[in-house]
Design a protein around this ligand. Structure first.
Ligand SMILES: [Zn+2]
Length: 73
């Protein structure tokens, strides 16, 4: 089954934010890259570490992500 990713997540600025589309094959963001999130902010990507992935999920991104995939909000 092929699933087109509608968004992906990245720790940034002490929260896990979502970005539109798919992350290009196997690529990881470097810390400090500027990302545009589903909550319509411009944030600085944090390095993908085990600790950073435990930051709380951005509520606005979660809501936007749910709308994108048709999940109940
Ligand atoms: Zn967000």
């Amino acid at each position: 089954m092929t699933t087109e990713l509608k968004h992906h997540w990245q720790p940034a600025e002490k929260k896990r934010h979502a970005m539109a589309g798919r992350l290009p094959g196997g690529k990881q963001y470097r810390g400090g890259e500027t990302l545009t999130t589903l909550c319509e902010r411009s944030v600085e990507a944090a390095p993908s570490t085990d600790i950073n992935w435990l930051w709380p999920t951005c509520e606005e991104c979660m809501r936007a992500a749910k709308l994108r995939v048709g999940a109940p909000v």
